[in-house]
Design a protein around this ligand. Structure first.
Ligand code: ZN
Ligand code: ZN
Length: 125
């Protein structure tokens, strides 16, 4: 049966959280997110000095994005950690096994499917 998990029953719904942010805060986060995405795109498509600079830009944009989201003035911890101190995994991942953390694009080594919406077949037995 399912073991205790640090994965919450509810997901972090980025779209819902975003809708509740002030325009100023959205502008700050949006700018960092765009820069992170563009930097990663350049790092994957360019060689030479552009690749090197873009790899560093990925790191710095992600650091600034994380500070804006999790630092002072950022989201309340309860928006991503539930009352039982379990983490709300971002919704982009879809179903997640609460026992092992596997998901559709990261299945268990031996292969697995869904026994329930919160437990994979590898963990159900
Ligand atoms: Zn599992
Ligand atoms: Zn699994």
């Amino acid at each position: 049966m399912a073991k205790p998990s640090n994965i919450s029953d509810t997901r972090f719904d980025g779209a819902a959280i975003w809708a509740g942010l002030t325009p100023e805060y959205q502008a700050k986060i949006g700018a960092y997110a765009l820069e992170a995405a563009i930097a990663r795109g350049i790092s994957e498509h360019a060689g030479g000095p552009a690749e090197r600079a873009a790899i560093q830009a990925v790191t710095e944009a992600h650091d600034m994005l994380q500070e804006a989201v999790l630092g002072d003035g950022g989201l309340n911890d309860r928006q991503w950690i539930d009352g039982g101190e379990r983490f709300r995994i971002p919704s982009v991942i879809g179903l997640v096994c609460q026992s092992c953390g596997c998901s559709h694009d990261d299945p268990c080594e031996e292969g697995c499917g869904w026994a329930t919406e919160t437990t994979c077949t590898a963990c159900a037995t």
